[in-house]
Ligand binder design. Structure first.
Ligand code: C2O
Ligand code: CU
Ligand code: CU
Length: 540
């Protein structure tokens, strides 16, 4: 079960119209999906590696403001506005209409240190109408709601509930929301993105996503490649038409245009199609995010190069893990070192399966020596199962109509607006058993907390549906070595029980957990959960 066939199939589903691989010929990008309602761009007609990889602009704070509840401590205050922009995604394409938190297809990068709080005023300066097809039959997107609504969530951040971007806390064009991020957590690459109820998939797809780095002293002391030797890679697939414009396909039912997954024909890497980066023959640190709506990436490098993975969603692993292939589901991050020193003067391509993503052009000489890769990274204590005060069994469900079309996805067979059922006590530890009854992998994300993956085990869904008993079909599989760090998003594999152990540290209040396939999240694979205060100690 190391590599599950269902998530592979997810990728291949969109690949039926592909020309013959391998990726050395032409721009091997994702082919047009089936049932497209608009002629899509043939990515094989685009010249490869003609645009330099954008590295992103840092967000700039213009002023300081008192931290909440403090009379003396001043912290940076940022203002990031969402706007409609036009951006060149490729040298040979006309500008593409997008939404951004800045002025380009790669939104400004927020960066701070652990314990250094910051304010962000998220301003909605978008037009009043959405340029992508809103499905008004979805919960939260009814016709009486404004078409354009936004709310921002920092994925992976431990923040008080009022700043977490609750899906129903959306605001309209002309309005803004000021949020505070305490950043009291380990160094990690987080990301911010839209979370508005019922249209989240469209808003993120339009471009409302960006990177958020937290640094700390522990990480500094490891002397990892930094500055120009540390490169963010934000991957997200998009569907472009022949005119290079973004579009989002519809189901064919005008009353319910929602589709169960969006697969693009190109992947943007930091906002460009098939860019290149000049690198030196030395180690680099790549910070990779899968920001796609639904696509999984299976990343590999040419030239026999391997990734030394040093971190995952919530920061550094206990020790580096050498990997030929990296799987990243939507929402997941990987922090990897890649050593180009054995390839001076050569071009190397990062690819996903057979699709090229970005080319590294290795120069002949390195300008500086790199420190050796540390053998140990951040120590991590595994949470003992015995620490859990509660085990919750939670199912993942898919509903199909008579024609076999997926019409709804749920968590624990419960819709979003039903009463809150998961109410962990602040500071307590729980085990969540994600019982995936569907034939696909779902990346499950919990807000506010970080967790550890315990194990997975295949089971027989039919028996479960009929008698609520788990009939296992195989042995327990431990998490793979790259999942041995702190996570905030876990691949709940098809027809398997995935168990995670979570300590609910942070704040009390209302948060959410959901599938990070954004089409699923919008219809209706998301549930609130509430962290409650510990009851007063019983008299002894
Ligand atoms: Cu990326 Cu609800 O989160
Ligand atoms: Cu999140
Ligand atoms: Cu899902």
């Amino acid at each position: 079960m190391a590599m599950n066939v269902y998530s592979r199939r997810r990728l291949l589903k969109g690949a039926l119209l592909a020309p013959a691989f391998p990726f050395s010929v032409g721009a091997q990008m994702h082919p047009p999906p089936e049932g497209m309602d608009r002629p899509s761009l043939d990515p094989n007609t685009l010249a490869q590696f003609v645009d330099p990889l954008p590295l992103g602009e840092p967000a700039r704070s213009l002023r300081m403001r008192l931290a909440p509840g403090s009379a003396a401590r001043r912290v940076p205050f940022y203002r990031l506005a969402m706007r409609q922009i036009e951006a060149k995604l490729h040298r040979d394409l006309p500008p593409t209409r997008l939404w951004s938190y800045g002025y380009s297809a790669l939104s400004p990068i927020l960066e701070t240190r652990s314990g250094q709080g910051l304010w962000v005023e998220w301003a909605n300066e978008l037009p009043a109408g959405h340029f992508l097809p809103v499905d008004h039959s979805l919960h939260g997107a009814e016709p009486d709601k404004p078409q354009v609504r936004t709310v921002v969530h920092v994925h992976g951040a431990r923040v008080p509930p009022e700043s977490d971007g609750y899906p129903e806390a959306w605001f309209e064009p002309g309005r803004s929301l000021v949020c505070y991020y305490p950043n009291e957590q380990d160094a990690a690459m987080l990301w911010y993105h839209d979370h508005a109820m019922g249209i989240n998939r469209l808003n993120v797809y339009a471009g409302l996503l960006g990177l958020f780095f937290i640094r700390d002293g522990f990480e500094d002391r490891l002397s990892l490649p930094s500055g120009k030797y540390e490169v963010p890679l934000l991957l997200c697939d998009r569907l472009l038409d022949r005119g290079g414009q973004l579009y989002y396909p519809v189901s064919g039912d005008p009353k319910a245009p929602w589709i169960p997954e969006l697969f693009g024909n190109i992947t943007l890497v930091n906002g460009k199609i098939l860019p290149y980066l000049d690198v030196e023959p030395r180690p680099y640190r790549l910070r990779i995010l899968n920001g796609s709506n639904a696509r999984f990436y299976y990343l590999g490098l040419g030239g026999g190069l391997v990734f030394q993975q040093i971190g995952s969603d919530q920061g550094l692993l206990p020790a580096p893990v050498s990997r030929k292939e990296l799987t990243l589901a939507p929402g997941e991050r990987a922090d990897v070192l890649v050593d180009f020193s054995a390839h001076p003067g050569r071009p190397l391509v990062l690819h996903s399966d057979t699709s090229a993503l970005v080319q590294f052009r290795v120069s002949r000489v390195a300008s500086a020596q790199a420190a050796p890769l540390p053998k140990a990274l951040r120590p991590l204590d595994r949470i003992p199962e015995a620490a859990a005060v509660k085990t919750r069994r939670l199912t993942l469900n898919e509903y199909v109509d008579l024609k076999g079309n997926t019409v709804l996805m749920l968590l624990n067979a419960t819709r979003w607006h039903m009463p809150v059922t998961e109410k962990p006590v602040l500071g307590s530890t729980e085990i969540w058993e994600l019982v995936n009854l569907t034939g696909d992998t779902h990346p499950i994300h919990l807000h506010m907390v970080r967790f550890q993956v315990l194990d997975r085990r295949g089971f027989e869904p039919f028996t479960y549906e009929t008698s609520k008993t788990l009939r296992y079909t195989g042995p327990l599989t431990p998490p793979s070595p790259d999942e041995m760090g702190w996570k905030d998003t876990v691949r709940a594999e098809a027809k398997a029980v995935t168990r995670i152990i979570v300590r609910f540290e942070g704040y009390t209040g209302r948060y959410v957990w959901h599938c990070h396939i954004l089409e699923h999240e919008d219809n209706d694979m998301m549930r609130p959960y509430e962290v409650i205060a510990a009851p007063p100690q019983a008299q002894s």
